[in-house]
Design a protein around this ligand. Structure first.
Ligand SMILES: Cc1ncc(COP(=O)(O)O)c(C=O)c1O
Length: 387
């Protein structure tokens, strides 16, 4: 079997498959929604966990220094950002880190900027922690490239606006923000005393000629004004290990964060996750390179398919394995659009509207699948469109 070939996930508790009935009302859809990959987790990760299991006790364990060092080395090599060990702490989930950071660095009733469309928990973490949303629309320019608009944002903020939740690279629109864009946004935040929470979980899934630039790497001021959240979950398809890190270079922000961190008592995480995390960052580079080749090929197949199906507009993502399909030319309402994908194409995608108002008329397709699966899905969609 090839490295990126089909694997049956229906026998594990994979969300993507198990929740089909609940989400789509039928088991008869190929699920291409939640952002994990239908691709085997790299052997170096699985082998390290198997090796650890030779020891018969899985008790409380601390996250070893070597695990943090492996991540520091990875980020330095891949993104030219040198994190220091004392800036880093363990987190079970990037979304949980967003909630914890919001509580630590703002007060109830404060405002948090969120760009629309975006990964849905960005909204819920703000609301469920009793903060107020400042929803900034991302809009496509004449070339179809999604942009934020700092002139508009200036009119949206108030003296209660304390935080910006940045998704970099951006889920679902696939932007890898440029140095100029990040610099302008960062300067804006510094001018208005807005701390940036930069979710960089997709930072390793980036396609040529783009490269991910960590917000904190732009300047000393931005380093001290940014909380960076990242982890191996997307890169190495190991979300099931529930492990990521929070990077806070500013001592003052870190102290405030740590108080909240202790209140939620996350501890140090699970023994097998530490091992998986370290192995991925230490040994996963060759696999990661091959993965990017596989995903680039899949992105190209969608582009070729879209050229023949003008009712669906698609610009290849600069980063992420998520295709943001513009289905507005079909002239369907959001509910009908979703039904069309389920009933006519047999595909379970994420509806654009679930990412915010600006996502209306779009569908998000996860193309981190074996190429044969993608080809089959595109064939089904093409047939549904022709019918
Ligand atoms: C932007 C973004 N942040 C966070 C997550 C989830 O991270 P975690 O599983 O560590 O909470 C996802 C998953 O799709 C995501 O797309």
């Amino acid at each position: 079997m090839g490295e990126f070939d089909t694997i049956d996930r229906t026998s594990s508790n994979a969300e993507k498959y198990t929740l089909r009935q609940k989400l789509f009302g039928t088991e008869e859809v190929h699920p291409m929604w939640v952002a994990d990959m239908d691709i085997a987790t790299p052997i170096c990760v699985v082998a390290a966990v198997q090796e650890r299991l030779k020891h018969p006790i899985i008790g409380y364990e601390i996250m070893p220094e070597s695990a943090f060092e492996a991540q520091v080395a990875w980020v330095s090599e891949h993104h030219a950002f040198t994190m220091q060990r004392e800036w880093l702490s363990y987190s079970p989930s990037v979304v949980a880190s967003i909630g914890c950071t919001i509580r630590a660095l703002s007060e109830a009733g404060d405002e948090v900027i969120v760009m629309d469309p975006v990964y849905p928990p960005f909204y819920s973490m703000v609301k469920e922690n009793n903060r107020r949303l400042v929803i900034h629309p991302l809009r496509q320019d004449e070339e179809g490239v999604y942009r934020f608009d700092l002139d508009l944002l200036r009119t949206q903020i108030t003296d209660k606006t304390k935080l910006l939740l940045l998704c970099s690279p951006h889920n679902p629109v696939g932007r890898v923000w440029s140095r100029d864009e990040l610099g302008a946004l960062g300067t804006f935040c510094l001018e208005h005393s807005i701390v940036i929470i930069s979710d960089e979980i997709h930072s390793d899934i980036v396609f040529q000629p783009h490269s991910h630039i960590p917000m904190g790497s732009l300047s000393k001021e931005l380093l001290n004004n940014t909380v960076t959240l990242t982890g191996p979950g997307k890169t190495f398809n190991m979300a099931g290990f529930s492990i990521s890190t929070v990077c806070i270079p500013s001592e003052e922000l870190r102290t405030r964060y740590k108080e909240e961190y202790h209140r939620v008592h996350w501890g140090d995480g699970a023994a097998l996750s530490h091992v998986a995390f370290e192995a991925a960052y230490r040994d996963g580079s060759p696999w990661h390179q091959r993965l990017i080749g596989h995903l680039s090929h899949n992105a190209l197949l969608i582009e070729e398919w879209a050229a023949k199906h003008p009712l669906i507009r698609y610009s290849p993502p600069e980063g992420t394995y998520l295709a943001w399909l513009d289905c507005r030319a079909l002239g369907l309402g959001d509910r009908e659009l979703r039904e069309f994908f389920i009933q006519k194409a047999g595909l379970g995608l994420s509806p654009g509207l679930s990412f915010g108002k600006e996502g209306s008329g779009f569908m998000r397709l996860n193309f981190a699948v074996p190429t044969s699966v993608l080809t089959q899905a595109l064939e089904q969609l093409g047939k549904a469109l022709n019918d």
